[in-house]
Write a protein that binds this ligand. Sequence first.
Ligand code: GLA
Length: 407
Amino acid sequence: MLLRLTISVFVLLSASFPSTTALNNGLGLVPSMGFNTWYDVFMNPTEDSCLALVDAIKATGLYDAGYHYFNLDDGVFSGRDANGTLVANPSQFPNGIQSLVDRVHAAGMKFGIYTDRGTQTCGGRPGAQGYETIDANFYASIGVDFLKEDSCNASPDEETAFAEYARMRDALNKTGRPIYFNLCGWNTYYAPIGHSLANSWRTGGDDGNWEGILGNVDNAAGIVQYQGPGGFNDLDYLLGKNAQGGVAQTDLQARAQFSLYSVITSPLIISQDLTKISDYSIVTYTNREVIAVNQDPRGAGGIRLVGGDLRPCINGSTCLNVWGKPLVDGSWVITVVNAGSQVVTNFTCGLATNCLTATGWLPTQKLVPRDLWQHQDLPGVQAQQGVVVPSLQALGGSAMFKLTPVW
Ligand code: GLA
């Protein structure tokens, strides 16, 4: 019996983790939280802009709320020296990359860097292909804590991609330094083997605009079962009013994205100009009750409880989704989002409207709802009845509730 059980566990594990070695670096037990330079400075991060951003992360209270990774994206390295070691562009980083790593660490933050599994990065800078060991050792030697590896200028074949990501994973493991590994292959097919390769894996293209955000939310619907402590689906960056390059979102949309990504359990990485961030955005991103949903130790991914794909709603009139997930304390959190172009009034989420079916609660189960944006407990209800959302604005109105069963 014991042997049978052992064999079944082995078969199950090998089916879900086809790769030979696991990442197993002890990181990413909950989704990572931090900042990425892409939708702020794109290909031109500089020492000065990075230091100003680090100051802003501290001054806005984002650091205190848990955003601890400071991640550089593309555009840092201009070439390699005679030994093959990456060289940061001296006109952007006059004091060298080590100096910046030290300043970021001195500010109490963790330092992230970017590479690509191909011959060049998406922006045409040196790629890691064939240099995995040299690069991993270099990252470890300067104190890198997080590595994003992109997928440009590389084979589109899935198995080749898995093998190339595994090469970097193994090179990182061999350094002995725990380095969070974020693979960026823009595809849901990474989800089933994600845990064996990385701490998080991008499941869709660059979110870039409201439609892209909705599309990445839709992608998450079928792959929630693959994530959990140690590895999460990555829906891409949190865009807000100060995202640059024409990708800014309204306050409403940015809050809806944050509410969705929190319940879906994606990493929370803000990417926009934080030196000019609005008070509204700060309130959005520092809502500790919502962050706690994302960071819940159970690590369950959110599931779509009501509605269908949101991407087509970009031109639709009514388009509503409810996503929910169970927390470690037995409560559920739901996020309700209106992506349509009409206001929605008196939407009810309860068993009677087939909204809470996945919870398994009996109709008479008593619940205490808490509004996570109003920071208010609401009067107790039965699961049958559920919560009523009086009004959801068009094009991104959202609401979030924690439903705690009272036994
Ligand atoms: C790709 C990635 C983005 C960003 C750019 C950098 O498009 O998906 O997140 O890293 O490359 O060139």
